[in-house]
Design a protein around this ligand. Structure first.
Ligand SMILES: Cc1cc2nc3c(=O)[nH]c(=O)nc-3n(C[C@H](O)[C@H](O)[C@H](O)COP(=O)(O)OP(=O)(O)OC[C@H]3O[C@@H](n4cnc5c(N)ncnc54)[C@H](O)[C@@H]3O)c2cc1C
Length: 495
């Protein structure tokens, strides 16, 4: 098989009925449900882009059995990193950076796993072999993965093994001849109802005693016993695109994942029972570099987009002549350009791994992750303060074809001849980003997609090479010298 079309992606979902619950009902066919119709169409469009002559050269690379997605190909040079960014960017622009978990995100993850077989081989060569075979299976069938790394919150003061029930947090109940049996829950699997596969691994933070919770594996999304509890949708399929241009297109359903004694066959078990290795895996593979490259590229597109919406909003009623508005827009531009600079710096200062592949530099990408978590919410707040009351006063699409259409045309027009339809359009775009539940999710995504920003910053301090900063301070402290001697020198006229 080669890269899939959108139709092939949808067809496979229809053939693999999964257990998805939404609003108290089990969904028989996710492809036919109105709440999933639009996100499904967006993902299908991304797959179709791989076959579009305008994009195919960027989104795909030659493979031994036909083209494969660019994200699956391990980079071996700086140029390869640039090519990967170009591919990430094309898919990000297609969704304005609003669909964080497009297929390239986890395609990159399985590529990063396979790129460092030595990490998995620490438990035995068979583990590394399984990782490689799984990577090839996903790549050659161009499958779409979701992932669930986080334990349900319940009691965050306790480790997984200390929770009221040992298997509230997903863990391995039993090892059998066929595989491992997994029970408990994980969050927060974005786009899970529309995925082909679920990948599970740990973020660092497991403690001794958590051995049953240390597991890296993959299951098909229709595995018996796997339940997806999908959250209430912001768009249930009934929103029109004039009133909700973004939420009626780019909803990304999220799910709680429940494992009701799911059997994971051995050939899909990549790490088991080793707390130290499960914690270290994230750093010992190039996972965080490669995923940071993809998420940073997507984040840049989203920052460009939201900055553009802020500019249009300001221009629409000519407030962009005021100094404080220009300052707010200038800050948004600076925050956006910082993203670009960090991405380019991470690529330029790339590192070469022991097996000859390259990866963008970690600390610049990590800075970008932290930067997005604080700067995206700031620009969203800028939208709220620039739009102010007008954001809450926009009529519905139906009003444009009603007896009040004349009032709308007259009183909702903008500056310099901007007609009411265009002005309302801009405000609707802004409201979807800064007021609607959809926009709040998009904001919450930037705060948390890379983990808790509080701990990201704290780890940044703990792990930082502080030598230069501290050396400079030590040199300045040395200037101060001894207080008694300093006074004596002054009195002696020695300065
Ligand atoms: C829109 C969205 C989509 C997402 N999609 C995915 C996905 O597809 N796959 C996936 O795996 N994850 C996904 N995530 C989850 C994301 O990785 C987590 O939200 C993030 O790691 C934070 O974890 P948490 O939500 O459990 O918050 P917590 O870690 O519980 O934090 C909640 C609060 O408690 C504090 N806190 C909790 N524990 C500690 C501690 N030990 N030390 C200090 N402070 C603590 C935090 O600082 C924070 O203020 C998504 C999140 C969002 C918002």
């Amino acid at each position: 098989m080669t890269v899939r079309t959108g139709a092939q992606y949808v067809e496979r979902l229809q053939k693999t009925p999964r257990e998805v619950w939404l609003r108290g009902e089990r969904i028989a066919d996710v492809t036919a449900h109105p709440a999933f119709r639009r996100p499904l169409a967006q993902i299908a469009h991304l797959y179709d882009m791989q076959h579009d002559p305008r994009f195919a050269d960027v989104l795909t690379r030659p493979g031994s059995h036909g083209p494969v997605g660019t994200a699956f190909v391990a980079p071996r040079s700086y140029d390869d990193l640039i090519a990967r960014r170009a591919a990430y960017r094309l898919w990000s622009e297609a969704t304005f950076g609003l669909m964080g978990r497009s297929p390239d995100f986890l395609n990159t993850t399985v590529m990063a796993f396979a790129e460092e077989p030595g990490v998995f081989a620490k438990l035995g060569q068979e583990y590394a072999d399984r990782v490689q075979a799984y990577f090839e299976y996903i790549r050659d069938n161009d499958l779409f993965l979701t992932h669930a790394l986080i334990t349900p919150q319940i009691d965050r003061s306790k480790a997984s093994s200390e929770q009221a029930d040992e298997f509230l947090h997903m863990g391995v109940v039993e090892e059998t001849a066929d595989g491992i049996v997994v029970r408990g829950a994980r969050m927060l699997a974005t786009l899970a109802p529309l995925a082909d596969e679920l990948l599970i691994y740990n973020l660092p933070g497991l403690r001794p005693g958590d051995e049953k919770h240390a597991a890296v594996f993959a299951v098909p999304i229709d595995a018996p016993g796997l339940r997806l509890l999908s959250r209430e949708p912001y768009d249930d399929g009934s929103r029109n695109t004039f009133d909700h241009p973004l939420s009626a297109n780019f909803e990304e359903p999220d799910s709680l994942v429940v494992f009701d004694d799911v059997l994971v066959p051995w050939d899909r078990v990549f790490l088991l029972g080793d707390v130290q290795l499960a914690n270290a895996m994230y750093a010992e593979t190039s996972l965080r570099q490669h995923t940071g490259h993809q998420t940073g590229t997507r984040g840049l597109v989203k920052m460009e987009f939201v900055t553009g919406v802020a500019m249009k909003l300001a221009q629409s009623v000519k407030i962009d002549g005021f100094l404080h508005v220009q300052k707010a827009l200038g800050e948004a531009i600076a925050a956006t350009e910082t993203c670009r600079a960090l991405l380019m710096a991470a690529e330029t200062a790339y590192e070469t791994s022991s097996n000859g592949t390259v990866r963008p530099r970690f600390d610049f990408l990590q800075t970008l992750r932290m930067h997005l978590s604080t700067q995206y919410p700031r620009i969203v707040e800028t939208l709220q303060t620039l739009g102010a009351g007008a954001l809450l006063m926009m009529p519905s699409a139906e009003d444009f074809d009603s007896p009040v259409a004349g009032d709308i045309g007259k009183y909702l027009q903008g500056a310099e001849g901007l007609n009411a339809t265009d002005r309302v359009r801009i405000n609707k775009l802004a409201w979807d980003l800064c007021g609607d539940g959809f926009g709040q999710r998009a904001l919450q995504y930037e705060r948390y997609y890379a983990g808790d920003p509080v701990r990201l910053y704290a780890f940044n301090y703990l792990g930082y090479d502080k030598s230069t900063c501290l050396r400079l301070v030590d040199e300045a402290l040395a200037l101060a010298g001894d207080p008694v001697e300093a006074v004596a020198r002054m009195r002696a006229g020695e300065g």
